[in-house]
Design a protein. Structure first.
Length: 371
């Protein structure tokens, strides 16, 4: 039954992605294979955006979207050789360069071909913003009913936006101290977890691919402790889990949850990227095991990605690009082009075996790697 559910899920997902023809990002008058090159394995390619901090990269059909904090939102055509980044707006020069405010979170819903983007301004200045686009980023409209008046210290930082892979209507928004939910595809929002001014940073939200009511979230408490949240009712109620106490003093990189990846083929298996650690559970968080940590003086494992068809393969960004092909028992390291860089954002095209990542500090921009 689990195998059947998984096959149905992928049929629906790919049908909806390639059925988004109303606002196709591909120029219908051009040759779609123009500029495509055969990837060379383990060869890094620099794609630009030097000097910008990009905490999030999202693949949307033939585009790569880059959330560049204070510098705004950018997109790049992936099917054209030597394409240039397009600036889509939302820059805010009042923000401090190098901070993670501004355009940070973006989610593409393939079911109804909508992009939802979150913006957070400097916590002492103004409020958050949520916008939607139905034409792959050409135009945007506000989508913030229910949260447009939320200001610091009530929860001003937008850290994560995720939607259900099985429904276009259910979307969650992670803020500094709370989670907001929309059952209207982002038109209206209500707070479902957290209090105003709690100081609990919600850094990541992840939906289970085949269990529509199962959601994991995580972040950092005001006391610099990592925490996880688990919901079995589509985000209406949450259980808080402390998977591990801090393993060292604050500043040594073990004090936050940055990403959660769910193995949808193995019941109860969850990977968690933390400051300095990757941990794993086989029983929905009852017990945890450290599977990677304290490598290369690393500060954090920012992003995780699981191969959806072979979930024994997992990628992670940190001081290096890390890959396991045996569910975390063994890891290999791939050096970035500049060994001094920490890798940050991660977007993976598993069909083409191509990944996109960014430097965790402004300077060297976006990288592409065939693996």
């Amino acid at each position: 039954m689990r195998s059947v559910t998984f096959k149905v899920f992928w049929f629906i997902l790919f049908s909806t992605i390639y059925g988004c023809n109303q606002y196709s990002p591909v120029d219908q008058n051009s040759n779609q294979t123009e500029g495509q090159k055969t990837p060379v394995n383990h060869t890094w390619e620099t794609l630009g955006l030097q000097g910008k901090l990009v905490p999030n990269l999202v693949i949307v059909r033939n585009y790569l979207f880059a959330c560049a904090t204070r510098d705004g939102l950018f997109r790049l055509r992936l099917d054209v050789e030597n394409a240039q980044w397009e600036y889509l707006g939302f820059a805010d020069s009042t923000l401090v360069r190098g901070t993670r405010y501004g355009v940070v979170a973006l989610f593409f819903n393939p079911i109804d071909c909508e992009i939802i983007m979150g913006i957070s301004t400097h916590r002492f200045i103004s409020e958050i913003g949520v916008y939607k686009s139905r034409d792959f980023g050409h135009t945007w409209v506000p989508s913030d009913s229910g949260i447009r008046t939320v200001q610091y210290p009530k929860s001003s930082e937008v850290a994560s936006i995720k939607g259900s892979p099985l429904s276009a209507k259910n979307v969650l928004l992670g803020l500094s101290g709370s989670i907001y939910k929309s059952t209207s595809g982002g038109q209206n929002w209500k707070r479902v977890w957290g209090n105003q001014g709690t100081g609990l940073g919600v850094k990541t939200i992840t939906f289970h691919a085949t269990k529509p009511n199962s959601i994991w979230a995580g972040g950092e408490t005001s006391r610099f402790q990592p925490y996880l949240l688990y919901s079995v009712d589509l985000g209406e109620t949450w259980q808080m889990i402390f998977p591990l106490p801090p393993l060292g003093p604050y500043g040594h990189g073990d004090n936050a949850v940055f990403d959660v990846a769910i193995d949808h083929l193995n019941e109860g298996t969850i990977y968690v990227g933390m400051g300095g650690l990757i941990i794993k559970t086989h029983d929905y968080g009852q017990t945890w095991k450290k599977i990677l940590g304290w490598e290369d003086g690393i500060y954090a494992f920012w992003k995780l990605a699981i191969n959806p068809k072979n979930t024994t393969e997992v990628l992670a960004t940190g001081a290096r690009l890390y890959r396991t092909r045996d569910s975390g028992s063994n890891w290999e390291k791939v050096l970035p082009p500049d060994n001094r860089n920490l890798l940050y954002a991660l977007a993976v095209d598993w069909e083409k075996r191509i990944l996109y990542t960014s430097a965790s500090s402004p300077g060297n921009g976006i990288y592409k790697l065939s693996f």
